[in-house]
Design a protein around this ligand. Structure first.
Ligand SMILES: NC(=O)C1=CN([C@@H]2O[C@H](COP(=O)(O)OP(=O)(O)OC[C@H]3O[C@@H](n4cnc5c(N)ncnc54)[C@H](O)[C@@H]3O)[C@@H](O)[C@H]2O)C=CC1
Ligand SMILES: O=C(CO)COP(=O)(O)O
Length: 336
């Protein structure tokens, strides 16, 4: 599988963290030869030797069809490329590696974030780096890396502006327990993934501060309402946001300390500083919050929960002040 008539073969996964490793395992389980590209030679050698990723996915073996390497030449023949590095590094990593990739190999963007500074969605960053002609897709949905890597049942969405390509890629990457639904709503899918990370931080704050499960349910519902407003203003479809990359991922990420974004918020709620709250782990929402709010303000989208998260993460507002601010907003109709 994964063999094109002109010799392009297999799947390349760029980024050897939790999600990159899990997706490499999933692609191998779907029958593809997989090249897992990392930047650090020592780590790649250790992964090859131990057949595991002890730092990011402890206790989970590397599928026999996955080869970890730092050789960029090994990416050159890949028929499909998954880009799985943190959102804020996507521009740099893609810029460095794009020249070695096949120009016709679709690049599947797997990071969930918005670029700070430029306030750009991932698909926009990719188009700026590689040009608008090369095929780009976005993969997002409720999926903890550890669940996917273990082969537990998981469903996500793959979006590509070319709907037929989206269907082809979702068939190619789906496996025994990893189901990819497809759509042509790229913007909707990337908004769902990036936005839910910011909003999950708020849910974690509510849990950490001990505000109760009723407050957390209300917060999630109101957070989803603002995510829908944002998507509407930026061209994402409502039905996409009500699906896996949106409601599905918000439910997962805003309900479990297994989520790094939720755990980040939980620690903030317990009094940690924004600097300490990540605990050395990647909490994408902390980087994306300001960009999400910037985009919302630019189109006059009301996002009080995201605003509160951005202010707390920036150290401009305490958790208690942010809570009071949200509770003292004027009462309004539920659907406005
Ligand atoms: N872990 C999960 O369950 C899921 C994560 N994601 C998304 O996937 C993206 C990556 O997340 P994880 O793999 O979980 O993070 P991670 O923190 O586990 O791993 C990040 C990896 O990227 C590498 N990296 C960082 N900067 C780099 C650079 N400049 N060049 C090359 N490699 C670089 C790191 O060395 C590390 O191997 C994030 O946007 C996240 O939101 C999406 C779905 C599930
Ligand atoms: O995106 C994820 C689940 O779908 C992973 O969430 P965290 O990055 O918060 O751990």
């Amino acid at each position: 599988m994964g063999q094109a008539s002109d010799g392009a073969r297999g799947v390349a996964v760029i980024g050897g963290g939790a999600w990159g490793t899990a997706l490499a395992n999933a692609a191998a389980a779907a029958g593809h030869p997989v090249t897992l590209w990392l930047r650090d030679a020592e780590t790649a050698a250790r992964m090859q030797e131990s057949r595991a990723n002890a730092r990011y996915l402890p206790g989970i073996g590397l599928h026999e069809g996955v080869r970890a390497t730092t050789e960029t030449g090994a990416l050159a023949g890949a028929a499909t490329v998954l880009l799985v590095v943190p959102a804020q590094t996507l521009r740099g990593v893609l810029g460095t590696l794009a020249p070695v990739l096949r120009p016709d190999a679709p690049i599947v963007l797997c990071a969930k974030g918005i670029e700070r500074g430029s306030d750009s969605f991932m698909s926009v960053v990719a188009a700026e780096v590689i040009g608008p002609e090369r095929p780009v897709a976005v993969l997002s949905g409720p999926s903890f890396a550890v669940d996917v890597a273990r082969g537990l049942p998981t469903a996500v969405t793959l979006a590509c502006a070319d709907g037929r390509e989206a269907a082809r890629l979702s068939g190619l990457l789906s496996g025994p327990a990893f189901r990819l639904y497809h759509t042509d709503d790229v913007r909707g899918v990337e908004i769902g993934g990036a936005g839910k990370n910011v909003l999950a931080i708020a849910s974690g704050i509510v849990a950490g501060r001990g505000l109760g499960e009723s407050a957390r349910a209300a917060l999630i519902a109101r957070a989803f309402a603002e995510l829908m407003r944002f998507a509407r203003a930026y061209g994402g479809r409502a039905e996409t946001l009500m699906g896996l990359s949106g409601l599905g991922d918000l439910v997962l990420t805003a309900s479990s300390s297994q989520s790094r974004n939720f755990a980040f918020g939980e620690r903030l709620g317990k009094g940690a500083t924004p600097e300490d709250a990540a605990g050395g782990k990647l909490a994408e929402g902390a980087f994306t919050a300001a960009a999400l709010v910037g985009l919302a303000r630019a189109r006059a989208v009301e996002m009080p929960v995201a605003e509160a998260v951005a202010a707390v993460v920036a150290g401009e507002l305490t958790v208690d002040a942010a809570t009071s601010r949200l509770l003292s907003r004027p009462l309004k109709g539920e659907v406005e």
